[in-house]
Design a protein around this ligand. Structure first.
Ligand SMILES: [Zn+2]
Length: 661
């Protein structure tokens, strides 16, 4: 087949489903997505797998606590995880669940191969067991208490299947030597090699005390235990026993957190060697994002959630921060302050500002058509050189997963263009032929630099670079541009610029942080403050009131509890990060209130000023998308999409503050 593309297969961990994704999971998935987009722009056919690890005692317990069957519990979790990745624009090509039948078959098949090859045997496992929690307590000695419930553990012996990991000490060490890039970064490799050199113990891979797991065929009540189940999902996702048909195995890249590198670089290749299957090409361990230098965890209450950040600043801002702030492989510190600072400096003032002011100057001076470059001066060639060199350097660094340095290269080209404009001052030039020609050269040069950096940044900033691409009137999709063909000088003159695009509106740091934290709080404590409906709420534009089913008839005493008054809108503005909401200030006679209304898609803010509306004034204050709302504007809900139409007083000039009865 002459046109067949080379294949590239990469995975994130198969995330354990005893909670919902936080910024740590998002980090790994974002990196995987950026590599996927980059590889596609280099001509590869790429599959990226993520998924959910759904078996084990913790899931049994969580389901019991929720009062639902395990199958229902894990189905809900899988839906939530998958939906979040889709919402954040980082969907999997293969989303594998360890309860999928294709996975169950693959685990059973892998076990059969290992057994046929003599690497599996039955033995007894003795350990400390907590009867209350129904689980062995790893590393506990007789007399120790259970770390989960504090009750004394008992010594219990059960029959297990063991995997002969001890037989793989030499094969693994030989493999690491022959494949020096298998474990990355280097520090992790040294750790693993000394661990394996210290000797490997056989590994228990089944349990009879756990109920919620994949059964060992013909050996019930044995079920597969943790790693033999979870790791195999990478293979299940691309065909399992039929992996050769799809051609994506062996895997090119497993991205993992540094805490699970051992399982991926010792157990997993050993299982595959035992089954005589191809071993993955690389395992890359990244560091953790720390909050105030301690590991993020739900119990510490310092969890950072991805959705509020994406809502406030856009997903591209989060992607940029995660990949720019920390050297890949090392730990990094996460702070909202640093996030918003980078957003304003690198995105709003950097890429966003360069793109919008260049477009504005072309609009003003050349009727929106990219001008043809005239005679070139040394400073024009110097900027061309910066951009030209950035291509090679940024790609080389990305290829080595030096994401922060790759972005640094791209952003120093943006800074160079800013300096170039500042010193050339095209806006100060007149309309003489010489000045017009000079302006043409300057703007062509700046636009060409923008085109180059936009393509280079696309894997990291997919949405905003696509907008810049449209703004510059460039043909086709930016994702279809081949990185290997990217050169300085390809910008075609005469092309009409596209529609202006909102890129990165500047935000006030304090306000942005407060709103991100408020949205995170809404998400973590959903019962206290219901999140605003995704669509305008059917009867009340500020959301909420429509959520509870109303009783069929109410007495007048219930109705009089609702205090509605005539209010007049004084100001109205859009809210960054909440495209359905408007922030209004409303005069209700006795005071001026701030109220959010879900009408932004149907009402222009400027046209609302001075309008009289019906306001529910005694509604408890609440936060919508992190913005305080103190009251509710009444609107009718029209049509199947629930379009809001504001209630009003067209017949008479009613007094502000008048009560509705
Ligand atoms: Zn216990």
């Amino acid at each position: 087949m002459p046109n067949e593309k080379p294949k590239f297969y990469l995975t994130t961990p198969i995330y354990y489903t005893n909670g919902l994704p936080h910024i740590g999971h998002t980090y790994t998935t974002v990196i995987a997505d950026a590599i996927r987009r980059y590889k596609r722009m280099r001509g590869y056919e790429v599959v990226m797998t993520t998924g959910t690890d759904e078996h084990g005692v913790n899931v049994e317990r969580a389901a019991q606590k929720a009062g639902i069957p395990e199958s229902e519990y894990v189905a809900r979790m899988a839906v939530a995880w998958k939906a979040l990745w889709d919402e954040l624009g980082i969907p999997a090509d293969e989303f594998i669940r360890t309860t999928d039948i294709r996975h169950v078959r693959t685990v059973q098949w892998l076990f059969k191969l290992c057994k046929e090859n003599g690497y599996v045997y039955k033995g007894n496992y003795t350990g400390q067991y907590c009867i209350y929690d129904n689980a062995f307590v790893t590393d506990a000695k007789p007399g120790d208490n259970c770390p989960d419930c504090g009750r004394p553990t008992e010594t219990v012996t059960e029959e297990n299947y063991y995997f002969k990991l001890s037989a793989f000490q030499k094969p693994l060490l030989d493999f690491y030597k022959k494949n020096p890039n298998f474990i990355q970064p280097e520090t992790r490799k040294n750790e693993i090699i000394s661990f394996v050199e210290g000797g490997l113990k056989d590994l228990s891979i089944t349990r009879t005390t756990v109920r919620w797991g994949i059964p060992v065929p013909g050996e019930e009540p044995h079920v597969f235990y943790v790693w033999f189940d979870a790791l195999t999902a990478y293979l299940s996702a691309v065909g399992g026993p039929d992996y050769e048909k799809r051609g994506f195995w062996p895997c090119d890249l497993h991205l993992v957190g540094k805490d699970i590198i051992r399982f991926h670089s010792v157990y997993w290749p050993a299982f595959l060697m035992a089954a005589m299957l191809p071993v993955p090409k690389q395992v890359w361990a990244h560091g953790w994002f720390l909050m105030d230098a301690s590991k993020m965890s739900k119990s510490k209450g310092n969890v950072v959630l991805p959705r509020p950040i994406a809502n406030m600043l856009g997903m591209d801002a989060m992607r940029y921060f995660l990949m720019r702030e920390v050297v890949f492989g090392q730990d990094g510190n996460f702070s909202y302050d640093a996030l918003v600072t980078r957003y304003n400096s690198d995105l709003a003032n950097g890429l966003g500002n360069l793109a919008s002011r260049t477009a504005a100057m072309i609009e003003k001076n050349f009727g929106g058509k990219i001008p043809k470059s005239g005679p070139r001066l040394p400073q024009d060639d110097a900027l061309a050189k910066v951009a030209s060199e950035a291509v090679g350097e940024a790609l080389d660094r990305f290829e080595k997963f030096e994401f922060a340095r790759s972005l640094e290269t791209i952003w120093s080209a943006i800074t160079a263009a800013d300096k170039y404009l500042t010193s050339e001052q095209p806006w100060a030039m007149g309309d003489s032929e010489a000045d017009t020609q000079r302006k043409a050269t300057i703007l062509w040069t700046t636009t060409e630099l923008l085109r180059v950096v936009t393509v280079l940044a696309h894997p990291v900033l997919p949405d905003s670079t696509a907008k810049v691409w449209t703004l510059l009137g460039q043909p086709g999709r930016i994702s279809a541009v081949e990185l290997d063909g990217l050169r300085w000088g390809q910008l075609v003159a005469g092309v009409q610029l596209g529609k202006a695009q909102a890129l990165f509106p500047r935000v006030d740091k304090q306000e942005a942080i407060e709103r991100i934290e408020a949205m995170a709080n809404e998400e973590l404590n959903p019962t206290q403050q219901p999140a605003p409906a995704a669509a305008p709420a059917p009867t009340a534009t500020a959301g909420g009131a429509a959520a509870a089913p109303a009783p069929e008839k109410i007495g007048i005493e219930d109705f009089t509890k609702v205090e509605m008054r005539v209010g007049q809108i004084k100001t109205a503005e859009r809210i960054v990060g909440a495209d359905k909401l408007l922030k209004l200030t409303v005069d209700i006679g006795t005071e001026i209130r701030q109220i959010c209304a879900g009408i932004a898609q149907f009402y222009e803010p400027e046209k609302l000023i001075g309008r009289k509306v019906a306001v529910v004034v005694n509604l408890a204050p609440r936060k919508l998308r992190g913005v305080e709302s103190n009251g509710m504007i009444v609107a009718a809900s029209v049509g199947p999409e629930g379009r809001p139409v504001l209630a009003g007083f067209p017949d008479e000039d009613v007094e502000i503050g008048a009560r509705l009865k």
